[in-house]
Design a protein around this ligand. Sequence first.
Ligand code: GAR
Length: 211
Amino acid sequence: RVRTAILISGRGSNMAALLAAARDPGFPAEIALVLANRADAGGLATAAAAGIPTAVVPSREYGRDRAAHEAAVQAVLEAHGIGLVCLAGYMRLLTPWLVERWAGRMLNIHPSLLPAFPGLDTHARALAAGARLHGCTVHWVTEAMDAGPILAQAAVPVLPGDDEAALADRVLAQEHLLYPAALRLAAGGAVAWPAPAAVLSNPLPGSPPLP
Ligand code: GAR
């Protein structure tokens, strides 16, 4: 099983979904570490309660010195013998230094159908744009933010009367299914970076079946 770290900044619901999936001994990834850049990240308590080692590398203490913060993160990952990293609501831009070290071994989940709506406030922006379909994406992390090769996507409809919270909830339910499925593929060696195309998606009604 691939020793996997999950990096979080907040409540960690995607982290919890990954932990639940990895409880199955047949799952190809073992969650060996949950690392947060904030001591108040809610997900830390969830991870500790599940018996997963946790670490905090507080970005605030490093101020603008991203390099020093990332060097500290990297040292913790190495100390835990980590082979794969999952960003799950980790709200930090990474420098090329860290990205290079984890090329092909770092995944991110993003709450939109990339390449639409990279960055923040994706649900509000999808509503404002009048998007009829929205969703989430798991991609390999590269230097450009939210722009690495796509591994998996799940789509949801935008329904009349949706507000940001309703749409976010509908997407989040899909995130919790998609991220474990994508990690299973990546850790199991079924896909390698750069993935030629999305390899996993939820079929929409009327779309041709997946090969
Ligand atoms: C998730 O919706 C995730 O896709 C998003 O933050 C949320 C974290 O929730 N990530 C980003 O916006 C990355 N830029 P969680 O802590 O409950 O998993």
